[in-house]
Ligand binder design. Structure first.
Ligand code: COA
Length: 315
């Protein structure tokens, strides 16, 4: 390993996973006083996936990302797992996932709620600059374990899923992490939280308000750090919480929806998994070319927020 070298930054393989079982808005009409139309109109969500486990969803997404990158367990130097729905209070979920994958390296959880996967991008970059060659960054959630599907506020939003990327050094000079921003404001812990052994509780209106503010702030900070403008960016991959949140923030920032990767309609909010899930879908649709600028934007409980701008040289 060499240390402290400019490393380059490349997402060389991306994978994702969703449980087979689907819970539609129409199904929810049987659980609570709501309608498919109301949910879709207010959130942009039609269905979410439930079942499986955080470990299983993380393992499948990671394996798919490793296969796409053409690497094996011996090539991975670190596993970072962003999750809001860990298997246990202790230990972290990452060591179990590493075991399933046959990895022989460090493994740790990132607990930054829905911002976790984006927090992982500059963390991974730091380790590449310290001399690591390849890092697996996965977001995975079994949110059905902490969601009350009879609650009209939270039950309409959350679902399960996983998304992962192999991140590696890129000596070509194309792939690079051009800018990033991390933030947290613990004044807002009480607007979205789950106590030990309990389900998620949320002040939806306040979360909506704070999310729109956080997105604007973090996108601007990353644009400033990288000396980039909105117009230069080919694709925005925001956290998929509620399409109305994204639309409100985009309107203020002047970002067109056509440049946005969205999977929310079919997945609901899968917290730490939404961004790699949406990225994977955009790659399948061939929406990203090498050399393109791609921005990732996370926000969520804490409040936490994060954004990162990558010059793409990917899978
Ligand atoms: N189905 C049908 N009607 C509902 C409903 C539901 N699931 N939930 C609330 N309502 C009704 C209320 O009874 C109220 O009716 P009234 O005007 O007759 O009194 C009306 O809709 C508005 O209720 P309110 O609780 O103010 O809803 P809202 O407009 O704030 O929408 C959310 C609720 C959850 C969709 C919205 O607050 C939201 O998405 N917030 C952000 C949450 C989020 O993204 N969290 C994750 C962040 S990472």
């Amino acid at each position: 390993m060499t240390t402290h070298q400019p490393a380059g930054f490349k997402l060389s393989g991306v994978g994702s996973s969703l449980p087979d079982k689907v819970l539609t808005n129409v199904d929810l009409e049987g659980y609570m006083d709501t309608t498919d139309e109301w949910i879709y109109e207010r959130t942009g969500i039609r269905q979410r996936h439930i079942g499986s486990s955080t470990t299983e969803l993380a393992t499948i997404a990671c394996q798919e990302a490793m296969d796409a990158a053409g690497v094996g367990p011996e090539d991975i130097d670190l596993l970072l797992l962003a999750t809001t729905s860990p298997e246990h209070i202790c230990p972290g979920t990452a060591p179990g996932v590493a075991n399933e994958l046959g990895l022989d390296c460090g493994a740790l959880d990132i607990q930054a709620a829905c911002s976790g996967w984006v927090y992982g991008l500059p963390i991974a970059n730091g380790f590449l600059m310290q001399g690591m060659n390849r890092i697996l960054l996965v977001g995975a959630e079994a949110l059905d374990k902490i969601t009350d599907y009879h609650d009209r506020g939270t039950g309409i939003l959350f679902g399960n899923g996983g998304g992962a990327a192999v991140i590696e050094r890129d000596p070509s000079g194309v792939g690079e992490l051009l800018g990033w921003d991390l933030g947290a404001d613990g004044k807002f812990v009480h607007i979205l939280y789950a106590e030990h052994g309990d389900v998620l509780k949320m002040d939806g209106k306040e979360v909506f308000r704070q999310a729109v503010t956080a997105i604007q702030r973090t996108v601007q900070n990353t644009l400033d750090m990288s000396g980039t403008t909105v117009d230069e960016i080919a694709l925005f991959v925001p956290h998929q919480a509620n399409i109305r949140i994204v639309e409100s923030a985009w309107k203020k920032l002047g970002i067109p929806m056509e440049k946005t990767a969205m999977v929310l309609e079919n997945t609901g909010n899968t917290s730490g998994a939404t961004i790699p899930l949406a990225l994977h879908e955009a790659l399948r649709e061939d929406r990203v070319q090498n050399g393109d600028l791609v921005m990732f934007i996370g926000f969520g409980a804490g409040m936490t927020w994060a954004s990162a701008l990558v010059r793409w040289n990917g899978s």
